[in-house]
Design a protein around this ligand. Structure first.
Ligand code: GLN
Length: 487
């Protein structure tokens, strides 16, 4: 079997160069595997087999002609279903977008296509990326590939599970409060949330525009770096995007890595909701850094205790504005609209939004509308913006003493399906360690502490948080951990 011996993009490219298999053979075998494996995992909402095989054939022709291939050529990548791929449905896992067909490619998709990646399908997510378990999807429940009685995390649970179950070599997700890093941790894969502005958001369904970033999942730091290198950079369609010099992102250098000082956040060490398992595993990871000669310093982020409260004002405020455009008429098909029974426009909106949005989305739209309402704006929204600034300043101050900040990714390992669906606050607490990073606009990567998982020992991830535009440092140190320090 082709895929048995392939874990990374470079393993795959080596096999292609040595002509052990063709791209078409590899992709055909991959779909056969997905069709079996995904009946349990349910990572995908739709597959794009025909288009994928057409790209595979064109790359095979180039290999036949003796051309060398590189980058992401022929690499199967799964795409979170809140990112537009022209000609395919994009649902954000919501009934309100059930019949929406994307009419253009998101910038990240254009870039992946140009780099020769093979888009294999769209993955499940929490509805409009609101959630931490992928259970708010209107369509299906994705399972953790290491134990299908457990959640994969969220909101990019489908993308994380697709990579974790070896149904793709890489995937794209989006991270507004932790939606790449938390599912990466729970599924035992690597996930990178880039600096705000590093990757274009054009063609990505907005949740909270001042927090959203697209980023990659893969099995290794090197693969994540390779995908990030392709998707990063300025885009005329997104005024918040920024030029990015990606040329040396994959030039890892162990001795340079080990000159970095790692900060440990005092406030996080006593976080009450953290499970014993996560605490022990992340301490082990930290010991490994210490033993390798890294300088470790304690730092304080005094305002992070307010991060969750601050986020759950800013996010609903921005989300309620962004989601106002979904009235059930726009982004719907002609046939869907022609079935409308009422002649009353207001009633139509109420019906469409009432039926089209699930509970979690409605909860946040209500909350957001409330915090933005006149009379409450200053008390909630303006105040939250001020707190956000204090949190940002805490990080910038800490970065005067350290180069990188170490933290757990999620407070517990994958929890049982259904365990937190009735308790929104318990679900929100999943992001206690990831949300501050989005509020401050920083890059962070989640890396599995260990390599082997079982039902008894589900994956645990730790985060390396970087300075603004400090992706190279966290990738370089992360690569050192993964290749030299981990058992
Ligand atoms: N789980 C967080 C939330 O529900 C983060 C979501 C995200 O990053 N998209 O808002």
């Amino acid at each position: 079997m082709i895929w048995d011996s392939i874990k990374t993009i470079s393993d795959y490219h080596t096999g292609l160069h040595e002509r052990k298999f063709s791209v078409v053979e590899a992709i055909t075998e991959l779909y056969a595997y997905i069709e079996k494996r995904d009946t349990d995992v349910r990572a995908f909402l739709q597959l794009q087999k025909e288009e994928a095989l057409a790209v595979a054939r064109s790359i095979d022709n180039r290999i036949q002609a003796g051309e060398s291939i590189g980058g992401l050529e022929g690499v199967p990548i799964a795409i979170k279903d809140n990112i537009l791929v022209s000609g395919f449905p994009t649902t954000a896992s919501s009934h309100i977008l059930e019949s929406y067909m994307a009419s253009y490619d998101a910038t990240v998709i254009q870039k992946l296509k140009k780099a020769g990646a093979i888009l294999i399908g769209k993955t499940n997510l929490d509805e409009f990326a609101m959630g931490s378990s992928t259970e708010t999807s209107a369509f299906e429940t994705t399972k953790n590939p290491h134990d299908i009685t457990k959640v994969p995390g969220g909101s990019s649970g489908g993308s994380a599970a697709a990579v974790g179950a070896h149904m793709a070599l890489g995937a794209l997700g989006s991270d507004t409060g932790g939606s790449i890093r938390q599912p990466a941790a729970l599924c035992g894969v690597v996930g990178l949330k880039p600096t705000y502005g590093a990757v274009s958001r054009y063609g990505v369904i907005s949740l909270a525009s001042s927090l959203d970033q697209v980023g990659p999942f893969a099995h290794t730091v090197a693969d994540v770096a390779r995908i990030f290198q392709v998707i990063a950079g300025a885009d005329a369609h997104d005024a918040t995007s920024h030029a990015y010099d990606t040329s040396s992102l994959t030039h890892f250098d162990q001795s340079r890595a080990r000159t970095r000082t790692i900060g440990v956040v005092d406030e996080y060490l006593h976080e009450q909701g953290m499970s014993h398992e996560v605490s022990v595993a992340t301490q082990n990871a930290l010991e490994r850094f210490k033993n390798a000669g890294y300088t470790i310093k304690h730092i304080s982020l005094p305002h992070v205790q307010y991060a969750l409260s601050c986020y759950y004002i800013i996010l609903p405020a921005e989300a309620s504005s962004n989601l106002a455009r979904y009235d059930g008429l726009r982004y719907a098909s002609q046939t869907q609209n022609s079935k409308l029974k009422t002649q009353n426009l207001l009633q139509t909106y109420l019906d469409n939004r009432g039926k089209g949005f699930g509970d979690e989305v409605r909860r946040r739209v209500l909350l957001g509308t409330f915090v933005l309402s006149s009379g409450y704006y200053d008390a909630y929204y303006s105040k939250a913006q001020k707190v956000r600034r204090l949190i940002q300043d805490d990080f910038l101050k800490a970065f005067e003493d350290v180069d990188i900040i170490f933290a757990p990714t999620a407070p517990s390992t994958a929890f049982a399906l259904g365990e937190k669906t009735q308790d929104p606050l318990a679900m929100y607490l999943e992001d206690i360690f990831t949300i501050p990073v989005n509020l401050a606009g920083l890059p962070a990567i989640s890396i599995p502490v260990d390599q082997e998982y079982s039902k008894e020992h589900m994956p645990v991830g730790f985060q390396l948080i970087g300075k603004p535009w400090g992706e190279y440092d966290i990738l370089n140190v992360g690569n050192d951990y993964e290749t030299n320090l981990r058992n």
